[in-house]
Write a new protein. Structure first.
Length: 206
DNA sequence: CTGTTGATCTGCT
DNA sequence: GCAGATCAACAGT
């Protein structure tokens, strides 16, 4: 596996309704290249957040923090929460939407697994990137990455799937950890076996 | 300027 | 199952 083999998602993918993008991101590949190491994982959990949505950071009006959600699609919005965790969103919305982003909540590690274990201080692959805070720690994503351009950035982007994605295993559920709009089913999860991983378990690539 | 809350994770009970 | 960690953003005064 090398970087050139990863097919980056382009602007039209993100320029659609936020909820549609959230669903379609399931199975795609989150990629961060650190010191020449490719860290990659299959996105298996996402949530959509929009301008009209009381649970969203973009709700109501633009502020200094949420500004990326109002900017060009295909950027990322990284925020700091609970005094210790970072979370990453892909800015996504249709032209008629004021703001929107997709929170990437979990990935299945595929490449650079040893590097992720070091970043996390955890050995269990199942717990490397099983939540939004875990995922950014495993990938070394912090506030420095806020508003980076996923369409052009050399080191941080989202690519076509490396796994076999079975559409029937994608399910919608209510979102996690919010106090408002709890009933809306804008969380998407992949409930199938991950197959078709084209790499060695130790994350080496050729 | 102050107080509160939060799109979470971990470790202990 | 629940408390504690730890701090930036925001709303209210």
């Amino acid at each position: 596996m090398n970087k050139e083999r990863l097919i980056r998602l382009t602007e039209p993918f993100f320029a659609r309704e936020t909820v549609i993008v959230a669903r379609d991101l399931i199975g795609m590949t989150l990629v961060h290249v650190v010191n020449g190491n490719i860290l990659a994982g299959a996105i298996i959990e996402t949530e959509a957040y929009t301008f009209e949505d009381p649970a969203s950071h973009a709700y109501g009006r633009q502020t200094a923090r949420n500004a990326p959600l109002f900017g060009p699609v295909g950027r990322c919005y990284v925020y700091f929460i609970y005094g210790m965790h970072y979370c990453i969103n892909a800015v996504s919305r249709a032209p008629e939407q004021r703001a929107g982003g997709v929170l990437i909540r979990a990935v299945q590690p595929l490449l650079g697994i040893e590097y992720m274990k070091q970043n996390r201080g955890v050995d269990d692959v199942q717990r490397l990137a099983a939540g939004p805070g875990m995922l950014t720690q495993a990938f070394g994503i912090t506030k420095k990455d806020n508003n980076r351009n996923l369409l052009r950035d050399e080191t941080l982007f989202i690519a076509e799937p490396l796994i076999d994605v079975q559409e029937e295993f994608i399910k919608a559920t209510p979102r996690i950890g919010i106090s408002k709009a709890k009933e809306i089913e804008w969380r998407f999860v992949y409930n199938g076996l991950i197959t078709g991983i084209p790499v060695k378990a130790d994350g080496r690539y050729d």
